[in-house]
Ligand binder design. Structure first.
Ligand code: 4AD
Length: 564
């Protein structure tokens, strides 16, 4: 049956609305008081209009999108008044409920404030421990200090997970301790000193380390804010990444971040352990320099007592000068790159692990690299705590096995062309093309194992690289590529003949003068040598399965970001 046509008043027949008229629109209106009930922000229902604005001089209503506002009919107004009574009743009930809740809460807080918690001086003196030593101190009365990581309050019980950087400890408060004012108003990230005895957890329960602290006393050191300023309101997981970066100092406290930084520490420890085993000595070259290593376009320049200077891009040249003095050397130092583009794997400041080795062949360098890398990862995973974190962050991680696949630049071009991966111009790869990030990642992901990519053309590599004896178009250079990240390390044999080095400066339009100290290494007892640099954050992104290297740097620096 066709619906009866709604008779519309023509605009001229509608009396003008008096001042203060409330407008109601079934389509675009919203029933909130802030709506204002004007033609541009009307309310939705007549009942709400009458309930909220009972003394309005008139109510004008629109029931269809394209019709004008008309005065409400007498019958509709009667119905609206009834509806308004219902709304008033509901509001009153809600108010009473809230008042009761507030009173209950006030009573609870009042009762709680009467509870005085104090230490039981008859108990044995507590032994001060860090959380990591919890298991070794089961049954002993201990005192631990840390931050409230999680908090669950139940009737007569409070479960608090304490964090001290060395681990997490579940603390159980009962009786007066659980009901005290300080406990029921405690907030996340507050700092506390807690006393009690560590016990095994009851069968079927879960707690970090499989034990918990049964608390007999605690003290608040610093109460963190609650309400709007509570940490859970300030740091929200799905917030805009730039907000999370502004709040990096708070975000760092989360379990994922602390996990990554524990793996990072283990990685740096392992690098040093392997170097120590190999008899390679640690040195600390300067960060403020007057020479470039990897091209002028990514230099951070500054004035150094009136002279031009840069933040170091790589400590390689300095390491080379150490060879005659100290033999094989390494450093773990920040490198700085003014990278213009935002990518997943570029930072403006990163932790660069570099080594330089004397009297070796290119093949020796490749063997050293794969040994060094696999041994480092083996040591990282030997630490059970770290292995558990890696497993959690990257469940399908498999440690790389020797030997790594070796592939020349030219065979990589063949692979890319056979697999239809174009170069940066969208064309087939030809000799001399750079293998940019996307193509490199595509190939590495598909091959899905570590690759030592070697013999890059002279023109796409740095000035100092030694040419291959059997093909002067290419260099004795290598990149280590890893699935998911691509290049994590780059190295090469270095030109060790002075004339050849001078030609390289010329080719690259570089003035050799500031490099006099580097050139002298070729003058006073030159030797074949080579080395490499690894990007710590890239290795971590691979190991911990992070989308971006930014997650692997404490306070990442990249274009437009230098705070906090
Ligand atoms: O390939 P690169 O530029 O090589 C050098 O600096 C050599 N002088 C190192 C040497 O032989 N001693 O950088 C080496 C590694 C890269 O493979 C990558 O892992 C990392 O450093 N890297 C970066 N990591 C994060 N952000 C950046 N902007 C990076 N640039 C390089």
């Amino acid at each position: 049956m066709a619906s009866p046509a709604i008779e519309k008043l023509s605009i001229e027949d509608i009396p003008p609305p008096p001042a203060g008229t409330i407008f109601i629109d079934d389509f675009s209106g919203v029933d909130v008081i802030s709506a204002g009930a004007t033609t541009t922000s009307p309310v939705k229902s007549p009942a709400f209009a009458v309930y909220t604005f009972p003394n309005a001089p008139a109510y004008y209503l629109r029931r269809q999108v394209d019709s004008p506002f008309e005065p409400i009919s007498a019958s509709a107004l009667k119905k609206a008044k009834k509806g308004a009574e219902g709304l008033a009743k509901k509001a009153k009930a809600a108010e009473e409920l809230k008042a009761k809740k507030d009173a209950d809460e006030a009573k609870r807080l009042e009762e709680a404030s009467k509870i005085v918690i104090k230490p039981d001086l008859s108990l044995p003196e507590a032994k001060r421990i860090k959380i990591r030593d919890g298991a070794a101190n089961e049954g002993t009365r201990v005192v631990v200090q840390g931050w409230v990581h999680r908090l669950r309050l139940q009737k007569g019980l409070a479960f608090l997970v304490l964090r001290d950087g060395t681990g997490f400890l579940q603390c159980v408060l009962s009786g007066d301790l659980a009901n005290a004012y300080s406990t029921i108003t405690l907030t996340l990230e507050s700092t506390v000193t807690i006393y009690g005895i560590i016990h095994d957890i009851p069968e079927g329960h879960f707690a970090p380390g499989s034990h918990e602290l049964v608390v007999d006393y605690y003290d608040i050191v610093g109460l963190a804010p609650g309400g709007d300023d509570a940490i859970s309101n300030r740091v929200q997981e799905n917030a805009d990444p730039s907000i999370l970066l502004d709040l990096r100092h708070l975000v760092l406290r989360g379990e994922t971040m602390t996990g990554i930084f524990k793996v990072r520490a283990a990685l740096l420890r392992s690098f040093r352990r392997v170097y120590q085993e190999l008899g390679i000595l640690e040195v600390t070259p300067p960060c403020m320099v007057q020479t470039q290593v990897e091209g002028g376009s990514t230099l951070f320049a500054f004035k150094y007592y009136g002279e031009d200077a840069y933040l170091t891009q790589s400590s390689q040249l300095y390491l080379e000068t150490c060879l005659p003095a100290l033999g094989d050397v390494f450093c773990i130092q920040e490198s700085f790159r003014a990278e213009r583009s935002h990518t997943r794997r570029h930072l403006s400041e990163y932790t660069h692990v570099e080594a330089e080795l004397a009297f070796l062949t290119f093949d020796d360098l490749l063997s050293h690299l794969e040994h060094f890398f696999t041994k480092t990862i083996q040591y990282v995973l030997e630490d059970e705590e770290i292995a558990a974190i890696v497993k959690k962050l990257n469940p399908s991680f498999v440690a790389p096995q020797l030997p790594f696949r070796r592939m020349t630049y030219e065979s990589a071009l063949e692979w890319l062309n056979e697999h239809g991966v174009p170069n940066e111009e969208g064309e087939t790869f030809k000799f001399g093309d750079d293998i940019a990030e996307a193509a490199e990642r595509k190939m590495t992901d598909e091959i899905n194992e570590p690759i030592l990519l070697t013999r890059f053309p002279v023109e796409i590599k740095s000035f100092y690289m030694q040419k291959c004896a059997d093909d002067p178009r290419v260099t004795e250079s290598v990149d280590i590529l890893m699935p998911n990240v691509g290049e994590i390390a780059g190295g090469s044999m270095r030109i060790y003949d002075l004339d050849e080095l001078m030609k390289a400066y010329k080719r690259e339009n570089m003035d050799p003068t500031p490099y006099y100290w580097f050139n002298d290494q070729r003058v006073y007892g030159t030797c074949p040598h080579g080395g490499y640099g690894l990007g710590t954050e890239r290795i971590l992104a691979w190991l911990c399965d992070r989308f971006t290297v930014r997650d692997c740097s404490l306070y990442p620096r990249f274009t437009g970001r230098c705070k906090p």
